[in-house]
Structure formats: C-alpha cells, structure tokens
Design a protein around this ligand. Structure first.
Ligand SMILES: [Zn+2]
Length: 451
C-alpha cells in the first residue's frame, strides 16, 4: 500500500458497543475516581461523543435501537476503553537519534547530538517526525506536544506539518524561532493558521531559561515572550532539568519577564526549590513530568508529590531521543515507579493519578481540556481500546490498574481519533508502516554516513 496523505476528516457516526470496562476520567460518571462504567455503549457523531449509555440504559432500549444504528460499529466486548492519551512533551524530530549517547548525562548527550544535528535536513526531520507519530498511535497517544527546538528554516516547519498531515494524531506545536533567520514567529503562525493537524501553537522563547547575565539571550527570550503573549500563543521551555540550574533563580527570571501563567508549560521541573513550587502554584503554571528521559540521563526525579500538594497541574511526557521510546505505557509505569521508589511508599502516586496525568491533566496543561482528555458527551471522540487478552495482561484482578502496570503498545487494539478508527486490531490504518520505518532508517543512515 502506498503511503498516502491521511485526510483529517470526521466519521459521520460511530458506535462502540459492550465496552467491558470504560474509564471515562469523569468522576461524576460511573464509580471511583476515574468514573468507570461496565458494559457501556458510546455513540459518536461528526467526531464528537453524542451519547454514553450504561449497560442498564442499553438493557432498557427497544430491540430495534439496541441492535443497530447508522454508521460504523465496533464490538468492544472484552476490551477496556480509555481516553486517547496525551503526551505533553516530545521531540518527535529526534526519533532517528534513539540510542545516541546512551551512557551520557544531559550535557554529554548534547555533545553527542551536535554533529548529528549539524547534518539534519528538512527531509530527515520529516521522516523522524513521521516515525514518532507512528509510534504515538501504536501507543494509544492521540495528542502530542512537539517541542520543535533546533528548527533552522521554513522547510523544517513545512516538513513537520507535512508529516503531521500524514499521521492521524493531534499535534500541539511548540516552535522555537532560530536566531536571526526566517521563519519568524509571525510566518509560522500563518503557516499553522487553520492547519487541520495543528491543535495549538506554542512559542519556545528558548530551549532553556536564559541566565540573567547573558544579555543577548535574555533580551531575545524576553522579546519572544512578549510577542507570544501579544499573539495569544502558549509558552513552553525546559526548566530545571539539570542540577546546575538549581539556585540559578531560573523561575524568577521567567516570572520577571511575564513568562509564567496557565498558558505556560515547563518540561522537567526536577531541581525545584520550595520557593519555585510556590511561584508555580501562585501563577498556575503547568509542569510536565518526563520520567523515562530523567531516568536515562540520571537527571533526577521531579518532586511530584510536592507539586500535587501545591495543586499544580502536572502532565506526563516522554521527551525525545533521551527517552529512546515514545511508549506511553512505559512512561506511566516508570513515572509511578520512580516516585514510589524515591519515597519508599506507594502512597505518593496512585495508578489513578498517573492515568489522569496521561489524559485529562495533560489536556488541562495544554489548554485542551474542553475538547479532549476524558470521555464525556460533547467532547471529541478520541478513545483507545485495549485488549487485555494477551500473555502480558490476561487474567488480571484489576484491569484499570493493569493499564498502568501491565499494558504495552501491543495491547492497543483500536485507536479512535475524532470519531474515526485510525488503528484497528493493532495495525495503523491507511498507512504503510514499513515505508515509514524504512524512510526514517534511510534518513538516519544518511546522517550517520556523512559524519
Ligand atoms: Zn525535552
């Protein structure tokens, strides 16, 4: 099958029947903190959830309505349904660097990466982004934040958008204008405009927070924050990932230039002082926990329970090649595991909380919770059906806990985006996955061969 452009269109009607376990993330529905229903049926129309019927509702329906409706149908008997997962921090363009600098810390990894980045082309970026998006779908991720640092020219942006057009995932694009060169922030705003694959645009005023005595970087960062605020864009950067950033007063820098607030997403937030947590809470700034990358680089562990105690919205992310994988089940599992091991108690992070971080709290962090992140009438029909009938998952006691502790991408049975199945029986639809992998491998070889 040829890899064609995947049109982002809405399926007129879709019914998902007999969902054995439906995890809505809406505590007002069903039972428990996650709003769980059994035997439910979901109807979607025009990409939006139009009704959710419980098993009891379905039992009371007249036979004619129970047995059929217009549009596509999926029988979800034996399956678990969760909202589409939200990966709030990724570098999709880095997938062809997986495995690089595997024994390095963050600084060593930057050094290992430099010669590869110098040889990156827009075509390489296209293949890398496509490969990552393919992995996202297979991992049940329906919304991803692309932290597009190291963008060099308009071609890089265009190729990122081209990749996003081909793979059915909602992309939130974080764009870092390169110093002195086009494309400017204004031209990227125009490019993204009403682009069907781009959910929101964020500005990255700098990949890291500048030091106050670095006049040039500080001025540039400040100017981009002002521009982003004027244009109504969100702001994203990395914050306190490396221990050297502790005590730099980084968050005060962000506060002074007006970069904090509910439209700002800070990745990592590991080396926070108590005063930093107060600043984040006071400004309602959002943070993203990236456990797989933090483990791999030995960067440290986010003080998640302290952030939660301060009622700070924390999303879950994978990060890019420093996580080596966009498997979001691994992100949940390592995220909960790091916290429990650090504090020597499971009480610091429940499986329910990490599931919320991977769905509704991720949506809140990205300003999208009105549309996605939970399964509710009126929200977008972005859902994942998980099949527990596999060697790594079967015969469990608590299937919802096992979504965190047992699930792997191979258990992803169906992914529905905007009411339309985009992955069925474990295979991404209308996409030649082999061609995507081969294209990325060729791009990686070209770069490696030119070193
Ligand atoms: Zn990152």
């Amino acid at each position: 099958m040829a890899t064609g452009v995947h049109p982002v269109t809405d399926e007129p009607n879709l019914t998902i029947r007999n969902i054995s376990t439906l995890v809505t993330m809406e505590p007002t529905m069903g039972h428990g903190k996650l709003g769980i229903l059994h035997g439910a049926t979901i109807h979607a129309s025009g990409g939006t959830i139009s009704s959710i019927e419980t098993a009891e509702d379905v039992r009371l329906l007249p036979d004619a309505r129970r047995s059929g409706s217009a549009g596509a149908e999926i029988d979800a008997t034996g399956l678990i349904a969760i909202p589409g997962l939200v990966n709030a921090h990724h570098h999709l363009y880095q997938s062809i660097l997986r495995g690089l600098g595997a024994n390095e810390d963050l600084v060593g990894w930057f050094q290992a990466r430099a010669p590869f980045l110098e040889r990156y082309t827009s075509t390489a970026r296209f293949h890398a982004v496509r490969l990552s998006l393919l992995e996202c779908i297979g991992s049940g991720v329906t919304t991803v934040f692309e932290f597009a640092s190291n963008t060099r020219n308009q071609g890089d942006v265009e190729q990122t958008l081209r990749a996003a057009e081909q793979l059915p995932v909602r992309m939130v694009l974080g764009y870092q204008p390169p110093p002195g060169d086009p494309p400017s922030l204004a031209s990227v705003i125009t490019l993204c405009g009403d682009h069907p694959a781009i959910e929101r645009l964020f500005c990255i005023p700098g990949a890291v927070i500048p030091e106050r005595n670095d006049d040039a970087q500080f001025a540039r960062f400040t100017s981009l924050v002002e521009q982003a605020r004027r244009d109504g864009l969100g702001i994203a950067t990395h914050a306190l990932e490396h221990r050297k950033e502790r005590d730099n007063g980084s968050l005060r820098v962000l506060q002074d230039v007006g970069a904090l607030g509910p439209d700002t997403v800070l990745a990592h937030c590991i080396h926070l002082m108590p005063s930093d947590i107060e600043v984040l809470a006071r400004t309602n700034t959002r943070a993203v926990y990236n456990p797989m990358s933090n483990m791999r680089l030995g960067s440290g562990i986010m003080p998640l329970s302290k952030l939660h105690e301060a009622h700070i919205c924390v999303a879950l992310g994978s990060d890019g090649a420093t996580a080596d994988s966009g498997d979001f089940f691994s992100a949940m599992r390592s995220g909960i595991g790091l916290q429990r091991a650090l504090h020597q108690t499971p009480e610091v992070c429940s499986y329910e909380r990490i599931l919320r971080m991977a769905t509704i709290e991720g949506a809140e962090a990205l300003g999208l919770s009105e549309k996605i992140g939970s399964i509710a009438v009126g929200k977008c029909a972005d859902l994942v059906l998980i099949d527990p009938n596999a060697a790594n998952f079967a015969c469990g006691i608590d299937p919802v806990a096992q979504v965190v502790f047992s699930a792997q991408p191979r258990n992803v049975h169906t992914v529905i985006l905007r009411g339309k199945p985009v992955l069925r029986n474990g295979a991404v639809m209308h996409i030649d996955a082999d061609e995507i992998v081969a294209g990325a491998a060729q791009a990686a070889q070209q770069i490696a061969g030119s070193l």
